[in-house]
Design a protein around this ligand. Structure first.
Ligand SMILES: NC(=O)C1=CN([C@@H]2O[C@H](COP(=O)(O)OP(=O)(O)OC[C@H]3O[C@@H](n4cnc5c(N)ncnc54)[C@H](O)[C@@H]3O)[C@@H](O)[C@H]2O)C=CC1
Ligand SMILES: CC(=O)C(=O)O
Ligand SMILES: [Mg+2]
Length: 372
């Protein structure tokens, strides 16, 4: 199979879909790899690193899309990339379709087979291709939140750890999964007073067992959430219902109960965000203010630390990428129900029920796509 990797074109996205190590393994499996010139530079990989791994170089994304049987990327394809997809081609990348009707429409129209990293599952109930980037975004969230809390950025002017004689910032983390746990650890490490809210009692038992008194947990009832949001200097949104649009857990009216200059970091923005007032921002222009509350809503946070993120993502995607290349998408998905769970669009049909529900579109089952 010919595997293609174009340069990412989302603003300030410096990650790359294939590392030289992954290219090397694909070549060792007998596949050919074509990488757009300069694709790895933002993550610290040169064109020579790719040619040494056995990959060929292409001058343009158009060449990569025209010749590859499978495109491996990081972010959801942008409109000019979507226009280059074709029937029968496999796209393996993050998609986040539930909040994105335009992309969904274009992918259906392309006829391509589109497998989303974020809905691939594992046998412990996790999301193995989302987890590494959730670890990164979770650890970044208190860092960008602390910057947003600075006065010059519109924040309250509160230092995370306080100083001797002055108390620390209060941080509420809504959702105690991968993002929430890493965010809570880092925020607590910076000296903040941290509470994690979740609806899963078993998850909170796990957090309590592992982290003890490093941070507190509270059940995420509407009442508890409202109370913690009102008290917080920083609220981090980290909920997920896999593949679905994020539930809106904090309304615009609730902003008036918050402290002026408090900060919202909505990591769940890639699934539409869990605050009513969230809208996606970019690394170039990451924050905005609504009713005196600073919002940070960057949908590709891990792109800020592209080298760490690219290597972490590549470690997780490589076995799936190799299975797709070795067996073709149909056999790879038939052999592995966890990879099949990643199938979102195939041959002009939506194949993920939660996306269909979010966008009011009909969806067939992945099993029906396999049988077709
Ligand atoms: N902005 C960015 O750059 C990035 C965003 N993300 C996003 O962050 C979000 C969280 O991802 P993960 O932590 O990996 O998911 P996860 O599945 O590990 O954790 C989600 C948690 O939310 C909890 N939850 C669900 N509904 C809830 C509710 N109504 N109230 C309270 N808790 C609730 C679940 O019980 C679970 O513990 C996802 O939308 C993911 O796509 C992840 C990486 C990068
Ligand atoms: C998960 C995601 O959206 C990202 O890593 O950019
Ligand atoms: Mg999007």
């Amino acid at each position: 199979m010919k595997i293609g990797c174009p340069t990412e074109v989302k603003p300030q996205e410096f990650r790359v879909g294939l590392t030289p190590n992954a290219a090397h393994e694909a070549v060792a499996h007998g596949h050919s790899v074509i990488v757009q010139k300069g694709a790895g530079l933002g993550a610290g990989f040169t064109d020579e690193d790719y040619t040494a791994a056995g990959a060929a170089l292409a001058d343009t994304a158009a060449e990569v899309f025209a010749s590859a049987d499978m495109i491996v990327k990081v972010k959801e394809p942008q409109a000019p990339e979507r226009a280059m997809l074709r029937e029968g081609q496999v796209l393996f990348t993050y998609l986040h379709l539930a909040p994105d009707p335009e992309q969904t429409h274009d992918l259906i129209a392309s006829g391509a087979t589109c497998i989303a990293y974020e809905t691939v599952t594992d046998d412990r109930g996790g999301l193995p291709l989302l987890a590494p980037m959730s670890e990164v975004a979770g650890r970044l969230a208190p860092q960008v939140g602390a910057w947003s809390l600075q006065k010059a950025n519109g924040g309250r002017g509160v230092l995370m750890g306080g100083v001797p004689g002055v108390g620390p910032a209060k941080v509420a983390v809504i959702g105690g999964g991968v993002v929430g746990t890493h965010a809570a650890r880092v925020a607590a490490g910076m000296g903040a007073e941290v509470t994690v809210l979740d609806r899963s009692l078993s998850r909170m038992r796990y957090l309590d067992d592992v982290f003890g008194s490093v941070f507190k947990t509270r059940y995420a009832s509407a009442g508890n959430t409202a109370e913690m949001v009102a008290e917080a200097d920083m609220v981090i949104g980290a909920v997920l219902i896999p593949g679905a649009a994020a539930p809106k857990l904090v309304s615009r009216a609730q902003l008036s109960t918050m402290k002026p200059g408090a900060v919202i970091v909505d990591v769940a923005i890639d699934q539409g965000g869990c605050f009513e007032t969230s809208k996606a921002t970019t690394h170039q222009d990451p924050i905005y203010e609504v009713d005196g509350i600073v919002h940070y809503c960057v949908a590709n946070m891990p792109g800020a630390v592209a080298r760490t993120s690219t290597i972490a993502l590549g470690n997780a995607t490589m076995p799936f990428m190799l299975a797709l290349a070795d067996k073709g998408w149909k056999k790879a998905c038939a052999d592995d129900p966890h990879l099949l769970a990643g199938l979102n669009v195939h041959a002009g049909k939506l194949t993920y029920a939660a996306v269909g529900e979010a966008l009011g579109l009909a969806a067939i089952t992945p099993a029906a796509a396999l049988a077709a």
